[in-house]
Design a protein around this ligand. Structure first.
Ligand code: NAP
Length: 484
């Protein structure tokens, strides 16, 4: 409890069923010496808890906890009739009636019916927790919370449900649960209290907070939540940005979340193509690239889709070119995957004279060149490239050089004509290619700059009129990379 208090919790839950039998008697001391208001819970094994002892003893402990000064006691809905006669008439403890389903997800109607039944049985707070099996399970959680008139807690457990814990305040939940440190979770999907407060600014989140998140699979490694939450906090934007792991039905998920009030999304691998289907309007260049990474919900509810990767990378390159412009340049693009497409189309969009695509799989390069237009794009092998001396920009958009696939994507002599070198890879920050570029005297730009700027462009799209705090964003991304 002291850790919870230090981390900033307002309330601590004492799980009597988690105490070893040799320590069971200590619960009275813990309640008597509480340093925070407490919820006392003694969860039965038949409801997913650890209490396997006598049911009468379990309930009488809760009744005693009321008298000893518990601020809340948590009783399972299924046990509330048995517990009712044990309640003290003079207690000031509030009654949380709870229902847990670890097997399946519940519909909006089912959760609503359960909460109504809890209120009929005298619940001061109704609490329903269910295991989320997909991101769409957030829909009934948020729908019930948004319309609840009495104190209610609805949580989706597991990784898909984490947003229900982080964004609980935005939907008017009475409280949320967080752990007192990694490994101390009392239910799957809990974040630590420290993270809930520092990264997700829990105390500041209200029903008027604008909601954002990153959709992908996986997303846990993403630096975007740290970037956007820090930037919004710094600029006084009332917003919350969360992780949204999604496996299937991405377009439906986006639409449902927007109906529930979300204002925008970042989209990452593998959904950059599929997410486009959710949009009412797709930016022209993003459509050509065939990938988006940003969804913006306009005030009229319409969804716009953009690709800020190309804007970010090309902007970073242009800033370092002598003319500050791609206009008339000859560009070599190593790679024809998602990043390669964004950079090749982006270069032409900004006036490059020619784009030469070099890719391990020639067919993929040829497909991209056909889409770019053969008048301004061509395919080359690495051997052919070795004989080309007159190009201005060398882009690496392959994953060669990225941890753990360290190494060079092209022989170093390709650098002899001193092109500007851009490497989309940002982990490590200093790739082999960038090191060699430095040795050859080439101006060079890291993928770090692309990542920072794609986030900043998203910030501009979501918060018109507010300039992203670039120095802070760079620092946050650097800290994240250094902590990996
Ligand atoms: P992707 O769609 O999977 O494409 C991967 C590209 O790398 C393809 O062209 C692939 O060639 C090539 N490749 C992979 N392994 C190779 C190898 N051993 N030898 C030669 N070529 C190889 O991935 P992506 O999304 O474009 O990402 C590519 C890189 O860009 C990653 O390192 C990623 O981290 C980085 N990136 C950075 C940012 C940023 O903000 N800085 C944003 C997006 C991506 P084939 O077609 O032959 O498979």
């Amino acid at each position: 409890m002291r850790i919870a208090k230090t981390e900033g919790a307002d309330l601590a839950e004492i799980r009597i069923d988690h105490l070893a039998s040799s320590e069971l008697s200590k619960w009275r001391e813990i309640v008597a010496n509480k340093c925070l208001p407490v919820i006392v819970t003694n969860r039965a094994a038949w409801e997913g808890g650890k209490w396997t002892g006598d049911e009468d003893e379990r309930l009488s402990i809760l009744s005693e906890a009321e008298l000893l000064g518990a601020d809340y006691i948590d009783v399972e809905l299924a046990a509330c009739e048995k517990f009712a006669p044990l309640r003290s008439k003079t207690t000031s403890a509030k009654l949380i009636l709870s229902h847990h389903d670890f097997e399946r997800t519940l519909t909006t109607g089912e959760i609503g019916d359960i909460c109504a039944k809890m209120r009929r049985h005298g619940a001061d707070v109704s609490k329903v927790a269910m295991m989320a099996t997909s991101a769409l399970d957030l829909v009934p959680v948020f729908t019930v919370l948004r319309t609840a008139r009495d104190p209610t807690v609805v949580l989706a457990m597991g990784a898909y449900g984490q947003a229900s814990r982080v964004a609980a305040g935005a939907f008017g939940a009475h409280l949320t649960f967080a752990s007192a440190g990694v490994g101390r979770e009392s239910a799957p999907g809990q974040v630590t209290t420290e993270r809930l407060r520092k990264m997700f600014k829990f105390e500041k989140v209200t029903k008027s907070t604008r909601l954002y998140g990153i959709i992908g699979n996986p997303v846990t490694q993403s630096m975007s939540p740290a970037l956007h939450n820090a930037a919004m906090g710094h600029m006084g934007v009332d917003g919350l940005y969360m992780y949204l792991p999604v496996v299937n039905d991405v377009a439906r998920f986006i639409r449902e979340m927007c109906t529930l009030g979300f204002s925008g999304f970042s989209v990452t691998i593998p959904h950059k193509l599929e997410a486009m289907k959710a949009a009412d309007h797709v930016d022209e260049t993003a459509r050509k690239i065939g990938a988006i990474n940003t969804i913006v919900r306009r005030d009229d509810g319409k969804l716009e889709a953009y690709n800020t990767d190309w804007m970010a990378a090309i902007g970073a390159i242009e800033d370092m070119l002598p003319s500050r412009s791609m206009l008339g340049t000859r560009v070599v693009c190593l790679g024809a995957g998602g990043a390669g497409r964004a950079l090749a189309f982006g270069a032409l969009e900004k006036g490059a004279r020619q784009v030469i695509v070099v890719n391990r799989s020639i067919d993929r390069a040829a497909e991209l060149v056909a889409e770019l237009g053969k008048d301004r794009a061509s395919v080359m092998s690495i051997d052919e490239l070795s004989n080309v001396a007159d190009f201005d920009v060398l882009i690496n958009s392959t994953s060669v050089g990225m941890h753990p696939r360290l190494g060079m994507p092209v022989p170093e002599h390709v650098l002899r004509s001193k092109p500007l070198v851009f490497d989309a890879v940002y982990n490590p920050l200093q790739t082999e290619l960038l090191k060699k570029a430095g040795e050859y005297g080439c101006v060079h730009v890291s993928g770090f700059e692309m990542f920072v700027r794609q986030g900043a462009e998203q910030f501009r799209l979501w918060h018109p009129g507010v300039e992203p705090p670039m120095q802070l964003i760079r620092q946050v991304v650097m800290d994240q990379l250094m902590s990996d």
